[in-house]
Design a protein around this ligand. Structure first.
Ligand SMILES: Cc1ncc(COP(=O)(O)O)c(C=O)c1O
Length: 375
């Protein structure tokens, strides 16, 4: 981009981004008006992150204040894990003995993969999905059985069931899935879990569950509460709590499963992140705000898909998956030139893009850019 032009656009961007926000609140979030009546939105000064499904609003002010107050405790090993387990226990209706905490849920995913590979065998997972757990198992010698999503882009439970072998140690499910933000129908999922968990670990990654607004969805936490063995649920503070850089995650399972899992976990949550988590999980206002803003951003993006007739999977999370028809590396590069970062390629959907939901005005900028390039 011409440097003179880019400075001019940068200045424009600074004021217009404010203008977009004002217009948004004036119109009560009337997306159509925002998309069509907006003056040119200037390029942002720093790249907008629509690549990693982060929360652009977080962490909450209460979480930040809690960290500030805890700075002088940084010399201590011992934190407030017990209080956090009690809080999670109250929120989830699961005994504290059924909860473990980790440095991001990625640690639970990694440890579950290691557990699954301790004895020779296979792991079954949908494809595509968030692959951290099955990759950990694979690196230690487990065979990964990938089960393609159905034509409707949903996880195909029947095909997953058929793929399970006597040597299958773990079945991984991501609900909502990632990169495809679809959900698994709750009754079918519960039946699947009750059957499959009789003989092997069923691991359900619920990283995005707080964003779901869909009557067909249910967390499987009640199965852990019921005391069912062989069910592990991962949750993360990285998404709706905006803690991606702070690293806090949780595992929920029968104490027998957690004892094995804890033996192979290597990270620990630092005392500042613990205080932040304790505050954030009580800050329902911030979670509601994040959910509301995510909906606004999604409406802007999905509004454009509808307008342009693009095929996409209706989102149950804080990201979307759309068939641009453009090779995703090329699309990434084109967007990068306009200071927008979008998701990496996810085989076999190389002409689809995963776009994380940023702030509403930033989504409007993406819409403007997309339409200019491809509309
Ligand atoms: C489905 C899913 N699970 C787990 C994670 C890991 O998140 P974290 O380690 O930050 O908790 C991610 C991150 O994007 C994810 O998408």
């Amino acid at each position: 981009m011409n440097p003179v032009m880019s400075r001019r656009r940068l200045l424009m961007g600074a004021s217009l981004f404010g203008g977009a926000a004002a217009l948004q609140s004036m119109t009560g979030g009337s997306v159509r008006l925002l998309n069509s009546a907006m003056a040119e939105i200037g390029a942002p000064a720093v790249p907008i992150r629509m690549s990693s499904n982060e929360n652009p609003w977080g962490p909450s002010k209460l979480a930040i204040a809690a960290m500030e107050q805890a700075f002088d405790q940084s010399n201590l090993y011992g934190g407030i894990a017990g209080k956090i387990f009690e809080l999670q226990s109250r929120i989830e209706g699961v005994p504290a003995s059924h909860i473990t905490m980790s440095a991001g849920s990625g640690e639970i995913l990694q440890a579950a993969g290691v557990l699954a590979a301790l004895e020779p065998g296979s792991v079954v997972a949908p494809y595509p999905t968030f692959s951290q757990s099955v990759r950990a198992a694979e690196s230690l010698g487990a065979e990964v059985i990938n089960v393609p999503v159905g034509e409707d882009m949903h996880i195909d439970l029947k095909a997953m069931y058929a793929a399970i072998r006597p040597d299958t140690r773990m079945v991984y499910l991501c609900n909502p899935n990632n990169p495809i933000p679809s959900i698994i129908e709750k009754k079918a999922l519960e039946d699947f879990v009750r059957t499959v968990a009789k003989d092997r670990l069923v691991f359900i990654d619920e990283a995005y569950y707080e964003y779901v607004d869909n009557p067909d969805f249910s967390s499987m936490m009640h199965l852990v509460a019921e005391g069912l063995n062989n069910v592990l649920i991962a949750r993360t503070a990285s998404k709706i709590h905006g803690f991606a850089g702070l690293r806090v995650g949780f595992g929920f399972a029968h104490p027998d499963v957690l004892a094995k899992l804890n033996r192979v976990m290597t990270g620990s949550v630092n005392i500042l992140a613990e205080h932040a988590a304790y505050a954030s999980y009580q800050d329902s206002e911030f979670q509601d705000f994040s959910r509301m803003k995510n909906k606004e951003g999604l409406a802007i993006l999905e509004g454009m898909y509808d307008e342009l007739g693009l095929k996409y999977v209706k989102s149950n999370a804080n990201f979307s998956f759309v068939e641009t028809g453009i090779d995703v590396r090329e699309f990434q590069q084109a967007m990068r030139e306009h200071n927008i970062l979008v998701g990496r390629p996810f085989e076999p959907f190389t002409r689809w893009a995963r776009i994380s939901i940023a702030k509403p005005e930033e989504m409007s900028y993406l819409v403007q850019t997309y339409k200019k390039l491809y509309g």
